[in-house]
Design a protein around this ligand. Structure first.
Ligand SMILES: Cc1cc2nc3c(=O)[nH]c(=O)nc-3n(C[C@H](O)[C@H](O)[C@H](O)COP(=O)(O)OP(=O)(O)OC[C@H]3O[C@@H](n4cnc5c(N)ncnc54)[C@H](O)[C@@H]3O)c2cc1C
Length: 450
C-alpha cells in the first residue's frame, strides 16, 4: 500500500450513488472542498449492472431536496407520473386506487441510472468537487482519519487522509463498519423471507407502453406480488416479490416449466407481454431485502452517515431514496445552522433523522404486508375511500397516512403517530355508527312488531 497523502479535502464522501452525489452537491454549494470515491466505474459511460432496482418512485420529499439545489427542472422531464395503483386481479380485472386526494398528488417513476447520471453531471460542474470512480473504500481509520482506497482494476490500495467523512456507501457501508468497531455501537439487520427479481415488459412495436402508462401496476397475490413501473422508453420494469422458500417460492422455480407455469397461473394477463420472461428470470439475480438500524450515525464531528448506510429499509413504501435525499437536505440545513461546526451539526442531524428513519422502517414493513395482501381486500378499499372522503371534508385536519408520507414533508415519526390516532378515531366512529344503525334497526323492528 502506498501511503501517498493527498491534498486534504474538507469532506470526503464514500459512495457516489443517489445520496452521496446529492450530499456532495449540497456541500460543494456551501463552498466546501469535496472528494467523492465510488467503487463502480462512471455510470455515465458504463452498462447498467443487473439486479439493482432499475426504476424508483420519486415523491415529494425527494423532489423537494432536488428542488432546493436547483435540480427539479432537470429531473422532472426524466419522470413519468403515476397517479395511483392499478390492481390486477387473478381474473385480469382492473381496479384503480388513486394515490392522492387531487391530481397533483402524484408519484413519479424515474430510472435509477438516469437520475444518478443527472446528479453526477451536476456534480461535475462544481470546481471544488472531484469524483474518483472505480475507487472503493476498503477501510477507515477513525483515529488517524485515513481511508484506504482500492483502485480497480489494478486492485492497488492507497491511503488518503480526510478531515470529515460522509458514509454514503449504501446498506453494507464500509464507513459504518468502521463505526461499528467503536465502543457500544448499536447495530441490527433483519432480512425479509422474501426476495425480489426484476423482469421486463418491453415497449410495443410502435414504442408505446403495453399497459396503461401512468400507474404503478400491482398484481397482489397474498403471499407474493408483482409490480410494474413505467419507463420513458415505453417499457415497464416489473419486480416479483416472492418467498425464498416454501410452496410458492424462488426455491421451486428452477426450470422453464415451473417458471412459465407459475406466471401463467398467477399473472395470466401480463405473462403474454413478457417475451423475455424465462431469460430475465434465469439471468437476473434474486435480491435480498434488509432493514438496517444503527446508532450513532456520527462520530466526533468527523464522520457522518447518510442514506442506506444509516437506515436501509425494505422498499414497500417507495421511500428509501426519498428519505436519503431528505437526509442530504437536513444535513445541509444543520451545517448552515451551526456555521460549519460539524460536531454540533452532525448531532443535530442525527437527532432529527434517526427517529424518523426508525419510523420509516416500521412504515415500510407495514406496507410490505399491505401491498401483498390488503390492497385487494374490499374492507381495505372501503376504509381507504372513507379516509379520502373524510380528508376531503375536513381538509388537512385528517390526512391519510399515504398522503402524509408521500405528499408532505411531515416527519415520518409524526405521520405515523398521527395516522395511529386517526385510525383509533375512525374505528371508534365506525363502531359508534354501527351501534347506532343496529339500535335504529331494533327500534324499527320493535315498532313494527309492537
Ligand atoms: C427493489 C428496490 C426498489 C426500490 N424502490 C424505491 C422507490 O421506489 N423509491 C425510493 O425512494 N426508494 C426505493 N428503493 C430504495 C433506494 O434504492 C435506496 O434507498 C437508495 O438507493 C439509497 O441510496 P444510497 O445512495 O444511500 O445507497 P445506494 O443507492 O446503495 O448507493 C451507494 C453507492 O455507494 C457505492 N459504494 C458502496 N460501497 C462502496 C465503497 N466501499 N466504496 C465506495 N463506494 C461504495 C455504490 O456503488 C453506490 O454507488 C428501492 C430499493 C430496492 C432494493
Amino acid at each position: 500500500m502506498s501511503s501517498e497523502l493527498m491534498v486534504r479535502p474538507s469532506f470526503t464522501i464514500c459512495g457516489a450513488g443517489l445520496a452521496g452525489t446529492l450530499a456532495a452537491l449540497y456541500l460543494a454549494r456551501q463552498g466546501h472542498c469535496v472528494t467523492l470515491y465510488e467503487r463502480n466505474p462512471d455510470l455515465r459511460a458504463a452498462a447498467v449492472p443487473r439486479g439493482r432496482s432499475i426504476n424508483l418512485a420519486l415523491s415529494t420529499r425527494g423532489l423537494h431536496a432536488l428542488d432546493a439545489i436547483g435540480l427539479a427542472a432537470t429531473i422532472r422531464p426524466l419522470t413519468i407520473p403515476m397517479r395511483g395503483r392499478m390492481i390486477h386481479s387473478p381474473q385480469g380485472e382492473l381496479t384503480f386506487q388513486p394515490y392522492g386526494r387531487t391530481a397533483e398528488e402524484t408519484i413519479f417513476s424515474i430510472s435509477r441510472q438516469q437520475l444518478n447520471c443527472a446528479l453526477l453531471d451536476a456534480a461535475a460542474r462544481w470546481p471544488n468537487l472531484e469524483i474518483h470512480f472505480s475507487a472503493r473504500c476498503v477501510g477507515l481509520n477513525l483515529s488517524a482519519m485515513t481511508l484506504d482506497i482500492e483502485d480497480a482494476p489494478a486492485r492497488t490500495t492507497r491511503q488518503v487522509s480526510a478531515q470529515t467523512v460522509v458514509g454514503a456507501d449504501g446498506a453494507f457501508s464500509a464507513v459504518r463498519q468502521a463505526l461499528q468497531r467503536a465502543e457500544r455501537y448499536d447495530y441490527a439487520q433483519s432480512f425479509l423471507p422474501h426476495g425480489y427479481k426484476e423482469l421486463t415488459i418491453p415497449a410495443l412495436p410502435d414504442g408505446s407502453h403495453a399497459l396503461e402508462k401512468n400507474y404503478l401496476h400491482i398484481w397482489p397475490r397474498q403471499d407474493f406480488m408483482l409490480i410494474a413501473l413505467p419507463n420513458l422508453d415505453g417499457s415497464f420494469t416489473c419486480t416479483l416479490f416472492l418467498a425464498y422458500e416454501g410452496p410458492e417460492s424462488f426455491a421451486g422455480l428452477t426450470d422453464d416449466d415451473a417458471i412459465r407455469g407459475f406466471f401463467d397461473r398467477h399473472f395470466p394477463d401480463v405473462t403474454p407481454l413478457m417475451p423475455t420472461l424465462l431469460d430475465d428470470f434465469k439471468r437476473n439475480p434474486t435480491g435480498a431485502m434488509v432493514t438496517i438500524r444503527c446508532f450513532p450515525w456520527q462520530y466526533a464531528g468527523r464522520v457522518v452517515l447518510v442514506g442506506d448506510a444509516a437506515h436501509a429499509v425494505v422498499p414497500f413504501y417507495g421511500q428509501g431514496m426519498n428519505a436519503s435525499f431528505e437526509d442530504c437536505f437536513v444535513l445541509d440545513e444543520c451545517l448552515r445552522r451551526h456555521n460549519g461546526d460539524t460536531t454540533a451539526a452532525f448531532l443535530d442531524y442525527q437527532r432529527q433523522r434517526k427517529v424518523n428513519a426508525d419510523a420509516l422502517a416500521e412504515l415500510a414493513y407495514e406496507n410490505y404486508l399491505e401491498m401483498r395482501a390488503k390492497v385487494a381486500s374490499p374492507w381495505f378499499l372501503l376504509r381507504r375511500r372513507l379516509e379520502y372522503a373524510l380528508s376531503g371534508l375536513v381538509g388537512d385536519r385528517f390526512l391519510p397516512l399515504y398522503t402524509m408520507v408521500s405528499f408532505t414533508r411531515i416527519p415520518y415519526a409524526e405521520a405515523r403517530a398521527r395516522a395511529e390516532r386517526q385510525a383509533r378515531w375512525l374505528d371508534a366512529a365506525l363502531a359508534t355508527s354501527a351501534l347506532i344503525a343496529c339500535l335504529a334497526l331494533l327500534w324499527l323492528l320493535w315498532r313494527r312488531l309492537g
